[in-house]
Design a protein around this ligand. Structure first.
Ligand code: SAM
Ligand code: SF4
Length: 321
């Protein structure tokens, strides 16, 4: 079992398989970065898997593949299959913008993928084009339908932004509800890579919008989920991810691995250690020791909850959010 320096059990590994993306979301990657990580610096699926196996054998039972846009990485189903074959009952999930999903949903499911989170910030084509800086909505919605059709469990992620999509908080919820999907609203997290002047709605403001139509009651945090759950008066459960709240980090159970091999203990911290040399050399013991060291140094809480917190310098497209 993996325990961090604050006594929290860590059983969840998020893997960013690429920092590249086919969208330019205002809150994440509004401009193409000055340079991408050269392809030769990316760990291969075999190298990533050699670390994943260590993590699973030490107690990780939940893995999420993310990015950048993970579906830009060719043959992602091959990586999913490797993980599935090692531990078929693992909770194996993917976060995607959905743009390339329709064509590969079935292959991903067949390879062992169980769950998928799709980012849907709006149902209006022009607003989607404004947020992602590309005409994306119809392909994303096609991806959602296909994922549901092949039997994947789907959740929707929405980041409500002032003056952009705040009037769609209920519409996106009802779109999700009509298809049996859970929605999770994510508070915009300030970071230096986002577009200047962007303002998110805080948790209270998001809930106030929901309350314009529904009466809601608190359900609470479930297990180590970062989302606080609520129930509407018509029995629909939704989540709110509010990293600005002080209790958000108390049950944090996750670490992140980037495509280059950096192990990152917290989204809002610069500290990271590389497993790259260890896995390239096939030195599993060294990789395992680095994992333990990162856990020992995992911070108690992120800095978004501090008074006058500065923007994070970590790019969401690098860490996978
Ligand atoms: N490209 C995929 C996608 O968009 O779903 C996966 C990677 S993306 C970095 C993962 C999640 O992070 C998405 O749900 C996205 O909305 C969220 N995200 C990115 N930047 C964010 C920010 N500044 N604040 C809050 N959430 C953010
Ligand atoms: Fe790409 Fe996802 Fe970031 Fe949007 S949120 S730019 S889709 S990585």
């Amino acid at each position: 079992m993996l325990i961090d320096g604050h006594g929290r059990k860590v059983n969840y590994l998020r893997i960013s398989v690429t920092e590249r993306c086919n969208f330019r979301c205002q809150y994440c990657m509004p401009e193409k970065p000055f340079s991408w990580v050269p392809r030769e610096n990316l760990l291969s699926f075999e190298e990533l898997f050699s670390f994943v196996r260590v993590a699973i054998d030490e107690g990780v039972d939940k893995i999420r593949i993310t990015g950048g846009e993970p579906l830009l990485r060719e043959d992602l189903d091959r990586f999913i299959q490797m993980i599935h074959d090692h531990k078929p009952d693992i909770d194996l999930a993917l976060t995607t913008n959905g743009y390339l999903l329709a064509n590969v949903a079935e292959r991903l499911k067949d390879a062992g993928l169980k769950r998928i989170n799709i980012s849907i910030d709006t149902l209006k084509p022009d607003v989607a084009a404004k947020i992602a800086q590309k005409d994306v909505l119809s392909k994303v919605l096609e991806g959602v339908e296909k994922a549901l059709e092949v039997g994947l469990k789907v959740k929707v992620n929405m980041v409500p932004l002032k003056g952009i999509n705040e009037d769609e908080i209920i519409d996106v919820m009802e779109y999700a509800k009509a298809r049996g999907m859970t929605i999770r609203y994510i508070e915009y997290m300030e970071n230096v890579h986002a577009k200047n002047g962007l303002q998110g709605l805080n948790g209270k403001e998001i809930l106030a919008k929901v309350k314009e139509k529904y009466t809601i009651q608190k359900v609470g945090r479930e297990g180590s989920s970062p989302a606080f759950h609520y129930l509407t008066d018509d029995g629909y459960k939704f989540g709110l991810i509010d990293p600005h709240k002080h209790d958000f980090c108390e049950s944090c159970n996750r670490i992140r691995l980037t495509a280059e091999g950096f192990l990152i203990p917290c989204l809002y911290f610069d500290e990271a250690m590389s497993i790259r040399d260890a896995v390239k050399a096939g030195n599993i013991e060294a990789a395992s020791e680095i994992l333990r060291e990162v856990l020992r140094n995992k911070p108690e809480k992120n800095r978004w909850s501090e008074e006058n917190a500065e923007e994070s310098t970590r790019a969401f497209y690098e860490t996978g959010g």
